[in-house]
Design a binder for this molecule. Structure first.
Ligand code: ATP
Ligand code: MG
Length: 217
C-alpha cells in the first residue's frame, strides 16, 4: 500500500480541466449527486465530477465551493485532494465523461441522469485519495474506535474551516489502512456541533443496508 501511495502527485499547482482529460480512467460508481471515476495515474486516486448547476438544491455548488477553497490547506479529517478544476459543458469533456462510462458495464442512462447536463452548466471535478475502507469497515478497529475517529474527523474539519459538517452516513467517509478517518462527502452549515453530537450523528448514520463498493470485484 505504501509503495502505491508514493505515486500520488505531490504538486498542487492549479490544474485546468484539460489536465483531467488525461487522468480519467473508468467510471467507478455514482451517488445521487456526483459520478466517481478511477484515475489512470494510480489505483489510490478517485475523481469526483459534479454538475454545480443542478437546480434541485445547491449542495453540489456548495460542495464544489468548499473543495475549491480548502483543497490545498491539508484540513485534517477531510479527504486529501490533489487537484481541483471547473469546466464548462463542452464536448471535449463530456465525450470523455461519457466514454469512460461506455467502456464499463454501468447503466449509461442512470449515470447521465446524475449529471443532468445542460448546455450552460458548469462542472466541478477533483482528484482525491481513495479510502482503503469505506464506512465503518476497518478490519482492525472496533466499532466504537471507528465512530470516534469519524466524529473527530468531522470535528477537526469544523475547527479548521468554521463549518458544521453533516450527512455523516457510512457511504460518505472512510479509513486509511493506518486507522485514520476522513470524510469525502458531506453538507455543511454555519452552526457547529460538539464532539459528542458528532458521535451521535455518526451512530445515527449507520444503515444495515450499507454496501461497501471497495469490496466489489
Ligand atoms: N474518496 C473516496 N474513497 C472511496 N470511495 C469513494 C470516495 N469518494 C466516493 N467514493 C464512493 O463513491 C460513492 C459516491 O460518492 P459521493 O458520496 O461523493 O457521491 P454523492 O453523489 O455526493 O453521494 P450522495 O448520494 O451521498 O449525495 C461513495 O458512497 C463511495 O462509495
Ligand atoms: Mg455520498
Amino acid at each position: 500500500m505504501d509503495s502505491d501511495r508514493n505515486q500520488i502527485p505531490e504538486d498542487r499547482k492549479n490544474p485546468q480541466w484539460a489536465d483531467f482529460l488525461s487522468w480519467f480512467n473508468e467510471y467507478y460508481t455514482q451517488g445521487e449527486h456526483g459520478v466517481i471515476y478511477s484515475d489512470l495515474r494510480s489505483p489510490d486516486i478517485l475523481i469526483k465530477v459534479v454538475n454545480v448547476d443542478i437546480t434541485d438544491g445547491w449542495s453540489n455548488a456548495d460542495q464544489a465551493d468548499f473543495f475549491e477553497d480548502n483543497w490545498k490547506r491539508n484540513v485534517e479529517g477531510l479527504v486529501d485532494v490533489y487537484s481541483f478544476a471547473r469546466s464548462p459543458v463542452v464536448s471535449a469533456i463530456t465525450n470523455k465523461l461519457k466514454g469512460c462510462v461506455l467502456t464499463t458495464s454501468a447503466d449509461y442512462q442512470s449515470v447521465m441522469n446524475v449529471f443532468e447536463l445542460g448546455d450552460k452548466d458548469e462542472l466541478a471535478m477533483w482528484a482525491m485519495e481513495k479510502a482503503d475502507y469505506v464506512g465503518l469497515t476497518h478490519p482492525n478497529m472496533s466499532k466504537k474506535e471507528m465512530v470516534n475517529a469519524v466524529a473527530e474527523a468531522a470535528y477537526n474539519i469544523q475547527i479548521q474551516t468554521g463549518y458544521g459538517i453533516f450527512d455523516l452516513k457510512e457511504q460518505n467517509y472512510g479509513f486509511r489502512e493506518d486507522g485514520s478517518a476522513f470524510i469525502f462527502d458531506f453538507n455543511y452549515q454555519d452552526d457547529g456541533f460538539t464532539l459528542e453530537e458528532y458521535r451521535e450523528k455518526v451512530r445515527n448514520g449507520v444503515t444495515r443496508r450499507f454496501i461497501n463498493p471497495t469490496r466489489q470485484g
